[in-house]
Design a protein around this ligand. Structure first.
Ligand code: PEP
Ligand code: MG
Length: 750
């Protein structure tokens, strides 16, 4: 009989601690060795070995072992599919054998010294869709490892995958390089991943380089003339025009909106005209630009009106462009295109400007990041990392940075090998992303799940379609509102929605009305800062208070939907039946007006609501009678359930998506919807999170709406999941009343 007591809980805790070891300057080999020792100890195994995959050589290499011949480390290799280890890696499934030598696939490796080990348990190590390697435990006795060991290891591997992935990568670079310092800089530092993907380029410190042109002593001795000033202004006009053109291709909905203010200021005779006057009076042209720019900036920024304060930013941006255009083209090149921007503060409109400037990646130092900045950077596929290291703001101009936003790593002056390695990885990631998806999604036991896409920018529709999204579960309409300096007109909005509907061509498309306010403040809306913006005039409250803005949007949507099928309209942040009825009435009124005006429109849209506030839970039955569908916005639902600001890192530990109240709340919504035959989906971030998908499906959700790039991984998770197991798991989760216990159940998710 087996008398040992496996120590699973401690294993998980220790693993959690271990993952923090692999930061900047730690020794990677030691990390892997520690992992192997810990796992062996906790599972009372005689052997624990870690094999990592080397993509370039297409082989698995023994990187650490506790119990096998230590000399085999870095020497013992095998191909994917070779032996039980290779089989586990290739198929990404567990291999548990009570008597491994009896398995026909067992392969004996001479130099490893593994003769006497009969029990064998091998778990794949995967980070998202990427296979990293495998971990193997072995024991002399027959039938030593149990299903519980298997589960514990699986959970431990999920925790460790990110850290091991890092370790693997650094080892590929070569051990001697991991501790190397270059001109006082570490090889890399760790930040928090924001966007996804990786990019490299010369550093551009926006808060320092650019602003020093305006506020510093730049340039020192260069002589410039009035003709140079005129050339700089002309170049700036040209530059803005070509930026706008590039924008039109990449972000059709915001073309012509973002640089409007710049063009207006450029044309303003008081602005460039006064600069010329100063030059005529004998001032140095650079000083003339700086003097007038600063005067305007002071004037605007001292205004109590938020929208005028924003103009100061436009003047600043424009003046820096003019100043940089005194330089020759070669020097100017370093200003934006192909660079990695380092900034201390960033707004959605900044991201758009940086992207238009050709920035390849963004590092945000300190400060907060609104979740919409993260969402936007993902939509634009710009890697974004949030890092608290002040050294980033003082990097020499020639520093090359490589940002790996998937891991959250920032590399300083990486060598050619490193850059090539990332390039290869980037290509592989692209291929994986584009891997053919099935057009329909089924669980392991053949239950159908519908996968929809969340779309923020029209440019994302292509990817959503390519990845076989079955429709759009959430189109966030606020981005065109966020990036401009005034409300978009009905005609402007009509064109945006028409493009959306045309491209979706009759497949399900869900448009959410303006979700302004909160962290998505429209500076031009005439409101000064609220003390508690998340509890303030946001979302549908804003729309109902500003009926003219709401009506403009509804009219544009109804008109653009003319002659189209399968279009749904939904309201965000509904808090009461009354609010839903009032919002729906606006739609009816707009429809009636359009009818009177004989303007073609669609008056048969399904009208639904987002469930984001706990206040609706008690009247779910009544909502189900009046709403055509529900979409659960878990980002906000968790925020308001927990009373924890979703963007405030000080309370991040209070933002608990698996909290018993959240779990039971979701169950109530799904049960009610199903009872009334009302369609219900999830469109918050939980919908793509492997930690929460089993619960959501187990509780009865059959439609998930996720950012397009997550579609393949979500489909893969679902097809490996048995709905029967998910249901049992959800029941277990719902039985928990304590967060602590829910956390334990979460760790043992199927
Ligand atoms: C949500 O709250 O979950 C949601 C999808 O809306 P947003 O993230 O835009 O607030
Ligand atoms: Mg929301």
């Amino acid at each position: 009989m087996n008398t040992r007591e496996p120590d699973h809980l401690n294993l998980l805790c220790d693993m959690g601690e271990l993952t923090t070891v692999v930061t900047g300057n730690s020794d990677i080999e030691t990390f892997l060795a520690c992992t192997a020792t810990l796992v062996a100890q906790h599972l009372k195994a005689h052997v624990c070995s870690i094999y990592l995959f080397e993509a370039m050589e297409n082989r698995l290499v023994l990187r650490a072992t506790q119990g096998l011949n230590p000399e085999a480390v870095n020497i013992l290799t095998m191909k994917p599919g070779e032996g039980l280890v290779g089989q586990c890696f290739e198929s990404s499934t567990f291999v548990r054998e009570g008597n491994a030598t009896q398995n026909p696939r067992f392969k004996y490796f001479d130099n490893a010294g593994e003769d006497p080990f009969n029990s064998f348990l091998c778990v794949p190590i995967c980070s998202g869709m990427e296979k990293i390697g495998v971990l193997v435990v072995q024991h002399r006795e027959l039938d030593h490892f149990t299903l519980f060991d298997e589960r514990a290891l699986r959970t431990a591997m999920t925790q460790l995958a990110g850290a091991i992935e890092n370790a693997r990568f650094l080892m590929e670079l070569g051990p001697e390089k991991t501790l190397e310092y270059q001109s006082g800089l570490p090889l890399f530092i760790k930040g928090k991943p924001g966007g996804i993907g990786s990019a490299s380029g010369r550093v551009l410190i926006s808060s320092q380089d650019r602003k020093s042109m305006l506020y510093g002593s730049y340039p020192s001795k260069t002589i410039f003339t009035k003709a140079d000033f005129k050339t700089a202004v002309d170049r700036t006009t040209q530059e803005l025009k070509s930026l706008q053109e590039r924008f039109t291709r990449r972000l059709p909905e915001s073309a012509s909106l973002i640089f409007t203010a710049h063009f207006m200021i450029l044309k303003d005779k008081n602005f460039t005209g006064r600069m010329e006057q100063l030059i005529d009076q004998g001032h140095h042209p650079i000083e003339a630009v700086k003097q007038i720019a600063q005067k305007y900036i002071n004037l605007f920024s001292s205004s109590p009106q938020a929208y005028l304060q924003e103009k100061a930013v436009d003047v600043e941006d424009l003046s820096i462009r003019i100043l940089s255009n005194f330089q020759d083209a070669q020097t100017r090149k370093t200003m934006g295109k192909g660079s990695i921007a380092v900034a201390t503060e960033i707004y959605p409109s900044d991201i758009l400007k940086l992207v238009a400037d050709g920035i390849k990646g963004i590092i945000l130092v300190g400060g907060g990041v609104t979740s919409h900045v993260t969402i936007l950077s993902r939509s634009l596929q710009i890697p974004l990392i949030i890092a608290d290291d002040p050294r980033l703001l003082n990097l020499p101009q020639e520093t090359i940075l490589l940002v790996d936003a998937t891991q959250g790593n920032i590399y300083f002056n990486p060598d050619r090998e490193t850059l090539e390695l990332f390039n290869t990885r980037h290509q592989t990631e692209k291929q994986v992303k584009r891997q053919a998806m099935e057009s329909q999604t089924f669980s392991l036991d053949k239950q159908r799940v519908t996968l929809l896409a969340n779309i923020n920018l029209l440019g994302e529709i292509g990817l959503a379609k390519e990845l076989k999204a079955e429709g759009v579960g959430l189109y966030r309409t606020e981005f065109p509102f966020l990036i401009r300096t005034g409300f978009p007109s009905e005609a402007e909005q009509f064109l945006i929605y028409k493009q959306l509907f045309d491209q979706m061509d009759g497949t399900l498309t869900t448009v959410r009305t303006l979700d302004a306010g909160g962290e998505k403040t429209l500076s031009y809306s005439g409101y000064t800062r609220e003390a508690n913006p998340e509890l303030g005039l946001r979302s549908i409250r804003f729309s109902l208070k500003h009926k003219e803005i709401f009506e403009t949007q509804i009219r544009a949507i109804l008109r653009a939907a003319h002659g189209k099928e399968n279009i749904r309209l939904m309201f965000p942040l509904i808090s009461s039946i009354d609010e839903f009825i009032e919002a729906r009435q606006v739609v009816s009124d707009c429809s009636r007006d359009l009818e009177h005006e004989s303007i073609a429109h669609n008056n048969r849209l399904a009208i639904g609501m987002m469930i984001e506030l706990p206040s609706v839970l008690c009247t779910m039955d009544e909502f189900a009678e009046i709403a055509d569908f529900f979409a659960i916005g878990t980002n906000d639902f968790v925020q308001y359930m927990m009373g924890a600001d979703r963007a405030n890192k000080l309370v991040a530990n209070h933002y608990i998506p698996y909290h018993p109240a959240v779990n039971r709340g979701i169950e109530t919504i799904v049960k009610t919807a199903n009872r009334h035959g009302v369609d219900v989906s999830i469109c918050g971030e939980m919908a793509h999170d492997p930690d929460y998908i089993p619960f959501l499906l187990g509780v009865g959700i059959r439609t998930l709406s996720v950012d397009p790039q997550f579609l393949p991984s979500v489909q893969k998770i679902i097809s490996a999941l048995s709905m029967k197991k998910a249901t049992t798991y959800a029941k277990r989760m719902l039985a928990q009343t304590r967060v602590r216990d829910a956390a334990k159940v979460l760790k043992a998710r199927p």
